[in-house]
Design a protein around this ligand. Structure first.
Ligand code: PEP
Ligand code: MG
Length: 570
């Protein structure tokens, strides 16, 4: 069977895998035949009977809607259909057409529908224009009655997930999903604001609409993957694609599950973001918060610098969007590989950029820029659960200077009467070996720590992380790296200072148990990794892992480290 992909508009998120079930489409199958004069009255009566039956059908559906799982808007949508059905333009006009043209009721009804649809197409307001599909759906329902095919959808298979493939579906069709338990649906027609789409979202059923001709391309019984997030339908996926999709579908179910290990350790899984737009992915992955907002990306790829207000808006939008979950904003880390031409030469081309004027060093050298950002972050703290994180700290002196700048930013806001959270927590990144070896200065001055393993590895092994020529030497499992990470986590735990890992190691499945065994309970990673890491956490037993990790931390032999890691991941 040929595998192919159909694109549409995902109007309701999630993934479903199942067999296609085609829904017949009465409007496309209407015959046109003449009615003898003597039978016109009977034909009109047949039309009236069909309208009456659909009326009762809608009323019965309305009456059966109770319970919390029915979306609130649904009653209103049915009322709209009931009103369209009872409007003279639909209930009366076709009777006149039957009498005048001596044609069958189905034909008369579709003729009248064409007139109405044309009128709707001329409406400017997109919401009202889309109500044309409600008219078509009501007509479709009456046609099915006239043609002797009542409106109920085919029964879903109880053994396999069924995916409905239709030219169009009405909200009344979609509500039947509740009792039939269809896995998903796709339609040729429809748009994001159609009532059908709104009901689908309310029922939490993945749906892709506006596929144009999916119904003509798909055959009954074919296997479909409907991905409402990616706006696609895969028809007859090959085994590899199916396996990947099944895994993704399985992982999605973990979204709301707390990440607890088998022996009851609760783990917080946070997301790393670069721009406010990333928030959607964060929420979709079910992250517990944002553990690292790399704010320097607001400064890159643009002319000039973002103003205080512009930064404030960006931080505030994420803080609000997280609905009380924590948002850790790292003050900008420019320099090294992330340079900014627009800084007007403020970041000079250093002879050795990673060891040069980067991150907090640059901020302290340019206090005006730093203060602007700190004020923007503090202002945003009034609107959510905001924390400040300072990158690349190496010494107590730098921490004190950064804290003094934060105090100064607070003071200036206070003077202007601008609200902010006076207790906003301030944390530091552990990215330089010196920070681990003299961690006491960090533990006494800061509210939390976050290990940036990307830089910690670079600086521990003296391997430029951006230089391909030495990338083979960049090794997260180097015994020295493991000792530094282990020490940092243990020291923070002893001092009761929260500590996270926010470098790439946090999102690497091979290393999840290693970090858990070191005592880490807070990970921050690209949102795409969160569900897979959660699954690993859920199947981990810290009591079994810990002695193996202790041995990994003690050895200086990389071969032993590799062997112990295999045991950990067995
Ligand atoms: C890190 O160094 O591990 C880190 C998270 O920061 P960045 O990758 O942005 O330098
Ligand atoms: Mg870093």
């Amino acid at each position: 069977m040929v595998s192919f992909t159909i694109h549409g508009i995902g109007v309701s998120g999630g993934i479903a895998i199942g067999r296609a079930q085609l829904v017949s489409h009465a409007t496309l199958e209407v015959a046109h035949y003449a009615i003898p004069a003597a039978k016109v009255r009977a034909e009109v009566a047949r039309f009236e009977a069909a309208v009456n039956e659909v009326q009762k059908e809608l009323e019965a559906l309305h009456g059966s809607m109770s319970g919390e799982d029915v979306p609130g808007e649904f009653g209103a949508f049915l009322d709209v259909h009931w009103m369209i059905l009872n409007d003279a333009t639909l209930a009366e006009a076709p009777k006149k057409i039957i009498a005048e043209q001596r044609c069958n009721a189905e034909w008369a009804l579709t003729q009248q529908m064409a007139v109405l649809v044309e009128q709707f197409d001329e409406i400017e307001d997109p919401y009202l224009r889309e109500r044309r599909s409600d008219v078509v759906q009501v007509v479709e329902r009456v046609l099915k009655r006239l043609m002797g095919r009542p409106g109920a959808l085919p029964a879903a298979s109880s053994e396999e997930q069924t995916i409905l493939v239709a030219h169009d579906l009405s909200p009344a069709d979609v509500i039947q999903f509740k009792s039939h338990r269809y896995g998903a649906f796709l339609t040729d027609l429809g748009g994001p604001t159609s009532h059908t789409a709104i009901v689908a979202r309310g029922l939490n059923v993945p749906a892709v609409v506006a596929t144009h001709n999916a119904r003509a391309m798909i055959r009954d019984g074919e296997i479909l993957v409907v991905d409402g997030d990616a706006n696609v339908v895969i028809v007859n996926p090959d085994r590899a694609v199916l396996a990947v999709e099944l895994e993704r579908q399985k992982l999605k179910r973990l979204r709301l599950k707390p990440a607890d290990t088998l022996d009851g350790w609760h783990v917080e899984l946070h997301a790393n973001i670069e721009l406010p737009e990333d928030l959607e992915q964060v929420m979709e992955a079910g992250a517990n918060g944002v553990g690292l907002f790399r704010s320097e990306f607001l400064f890159l790829n643009r002319p000039g610098l973002p103003s205080e207000d512009e930064q404030f808006e960006a931080y505030r939008s994420v803080a609000v969007g997280l609905e009380g979950r924590p948002l850790v904003i790292r003050t900008f880390d420019l320099g090294a590989d992330k340079t900014k031409d627009g800084l007007g030469g403020l970041v000079r081309v250093a002879p050795n950029p990673p060891l040069g004027l980067r991150a907090v060093r640059f901020c302290l050298a340019e206090p005006r820029l730093f203060l602007t950002q700190l004020r923007a972050i503090l202002r945003a703290s009034h609107y959510g659960n905001v924390r400040i994180l300072i990158p690349m700290l190496a010494s107590a002196g730098e921490i004190d200077q950064a804290l003094a700048m934060i105090a100064q930013a607070k003071e200036s806001l206070r003077e202007q009467g601008i609200p902010f959270d006076p207790n906003v927590p301030v944390g530091g990144m552990i990215e330089i070996p010196a920070a681990v070896l003299a961690i006491g200065a960090f533990l006494t001055r800061l509210d939390f720590l976050s290990i940036g393993t990307n830089d910690l590895i670079q600086y521990t092994l003296a391997v430029d992380r951006a230089d391909e020529a030495v990338s083979h030497l960049y090794d997260p499992l180097h015994p020295a790296v493991l000792k530094l990470i282990g020490t940092a986590i243990q020291s923070a735990a002893k001092a009761r200072v929260p500590i996270a890992v926010c470098g790439e190691m946090a999102g690497d499945l091979r290393l999840t148990r290693l970090l858990l065994g070191m005592g880490l309970t807070e990970f921050s990673m690209h949102p795409a990794h969160i569900l897979a890491v959660k699954q690993r956490v859920l199947t981990s037993d810290v009591a079994r892992i810990r002695p193996i990790v202790d041995r990994m931390r003690r050895t200086d032999d990389p071969v032993k480290v590799a062997a112990l890691l295999d045991r950990l991941n067995d």
